[in-house]
Design a binder for this molecule. Structure first.
Ligand code: GLU
Length: 491
């Protein structure tokens, strides 16, 4: 069998959708599984819908996910160029060849005529589509148009009858009646090819063996199969991955936040969690298991595992995956990954030194059990990183724990013993806090809470003694002083 060659062919018309990136991922997995090639081709033939920066975001999304490519717009390759807008001559030549063999023709119909035709068809409830007026134009009319330089498009001469059949790797035996297909445009009047034309010509020239794409392209496939036949080429294997639905089982709208792929990066999901989740979004190993490493997925990925029913984008499941992956991260990794989010929130400078990195690592270690996304890090950990005179005291907490007699006294006692503690570690710190409660003959909670509020500004957080250990002696003493000052100013 020929070497597997697959492609991801984004149109740079907007932000990458989760469906787009899943298509890329399945192609990549299939290539890596089979020792084949994975290439990226930019389908930029629709100049009106071109969005500046869209190519860069597509490539960024793939890199973030850890999907690499063997040929593509940025690295070139033996089948380039990989921008369709740079391949116009190739399409033109192939269109001329189809005209010469009678499989395509020039159509001179004006936009006005086509609009009227459509209006007429819609009014009468007829199927819309081109009525083939130019298909058998008398030779003298063609000559006149040529002499006058009338603008034209090139249309495919669809067989008038017969059935087109092919086997889809997911949907099985497919068959369409040719008569329900109209003569679609291959070349536009501005010399650019349509999607159908450029897609088929390039898949052939780039020796693509398998076209793996979303189900929404299934209705285009009979046209493509007929075009391959008209060219006298064998068509690749078509593989249509089923639609992705929302949890409500409705088609995911493009505007939904969970559909926009880069939101996962922004919101602090780990690429390996998204990779694991997305590989199983319409593909199954047949095992009752959720967690797979990248290597395990590559090893197992094959076309029969693509499922026939729609895939569901279950956002709770994504959050679950993320939690599992975050908890499994080695601490140094967790700190490194959380850093950009802390920097974006202004909690860490652009170039933290070694001591600061070490401190952040210890902070993140305390949050590792609770954190669901990296984007939560600033909000969970800000008190660790804000200056000792900047972290904010929660008003309710102040009300409850500082506005009462004895509050300052408790903190002074704790401070005094903290200062002389030789081994600054959780166990010794706990002993002190409990010891103060004993001396005052009150419940430990009545010391624990004010100490926590004094040091962190709030009433909840990771274990108190671990928190104090990480804050360190100097910070803790400064913070106790600040809280004592605050309490004194209250009364
Ligand atoms: N350019 C098309 C897209 O935006 C590619 C479809 C295909 O893979 O044939 O998805």
């Amino acid at each position: 069998m020929a070497k597997v060659r697959v492609r991801y062919a984004p149109s740079p018309t907007g932000k990458p959708h989760i469906g787009n990136i899943r298509t890329a991922l399945f192609n990549w997995l299939f290539a890596r599984h089979s020792g084949g090639d994975f290439l990226i081709r930019i389908e930029d033939t629709d100049r009106e819908r071109f969005v500046e920066g869209a190519i860069e975001t597509q490539l960024h999304a793939l890199k973030w996910l850890g999907v690499d490519w063997d040929e593509g717009p940025d690295i070139g390759g033996p089948f380039g160029p990989y921008y369709q807008s740079q391949r116009l001559e190739l399409y033109k030549e192939r269109a001329e060849a189809l005209i010469a063999s009678g499989h395509a023709y020039r159509c001179y119909c004006t936009k006005e005529r086509l609009d009227k035709l459509r209006e007429h068809q819609v009014e009468r409830g007829l199927p819309t589509g081109y009525d083939r007026r130019c298909r058998d134009l008398p030779a003298e009319d063609v000559a006149r148009h040529e002499a006058e330089g009338t603008p034209y498009v090139v249309r495919f001469a669809m067989p008038r009858e017969g059935t087109v059949t092919w086997t889809d790797a997911v949907f099985g035996e497919m068959s369409w009646e040719a008569r329900i297909l109209d003569d679609h445009v291959l070349m536009k009047s501005d010399g650019f090819p349509t999607y159908h034309m450029a897609n088929v010509v390039d898949d052939h020239l780039m020796e693509i063996t398998h076209v793996i794409r979303g189900e929404e392209w299934l209705p285009s496939t009979p046209r493509h199969v007929l075009m391959y036949q008209a060219f006298g080429w064998t068509h690749p294997v078509f593989v249509h991955a089923t639609n992705i639905l929302g949890k409500d089982r409705r088609k995911l709208s493009k505007r939904e936040a969970s559909a926009e792929f880069l939101n996962y990066e922004r919101d602090g999901y780990l690429p390996e969690a998204i990779f694991n989740f997305m590989a199983l979004l319409g593909w199954s190993t047949g095992e009752d298991r959720d967690m797979y490493t990248r290597e395990e997925i590559i090893e197992r990925f094959d076309l029969p595992g693509l499922v026939g029913r729609p895939a569901i984008l279950d956002t709770d499941k994504i959050a679950w995956y993320n939690g599992v992956y975050i908890r499994a991260l080695p601490l140094t990794d967790l700190a490194r990954r959380g850093l950009p989010y802390l920097q974006a929130a202004g909690l860490v400078s652009g170039t933290p030194g070694d001591a600061e990195i070490d401190y952040i690592g210890r902070v993140m270690a305390l949050e590792q059990e609770r954190i669901k996304t990296l984007a939560e890090a600033p909000q969970l950990a800000d008190f660790f990183l804000l200056d000792d005179d900047k972290y904010v005291f929660d008003e309710k907490a102040v009300q409850k724990w500082f506005r009462n007699e004895g509050a300052a006294d408790k903190l002074r006692r704790v401070r005094e013993r903290f200062e002389s503690l030789s081994d600054w570690a959780a166990a010794g710190l706990e002993e002190i806090v409990r010891g103060v409660a004993e001396t005052l003959e009150i419940k430990p909670a009545e010391v624990i809470h004010p100490v926590r509020v004094a040091l962190t500004g709030r009433t909840f957080g990771p274990g108190l003694y671990e928190t104090i250990e990480v804050l360190g002696r100097d910070r803790s003493l400064r913070r106790l002083d600040r809280a004592i000052g605050l309490i004194d100013s209250l009364v």
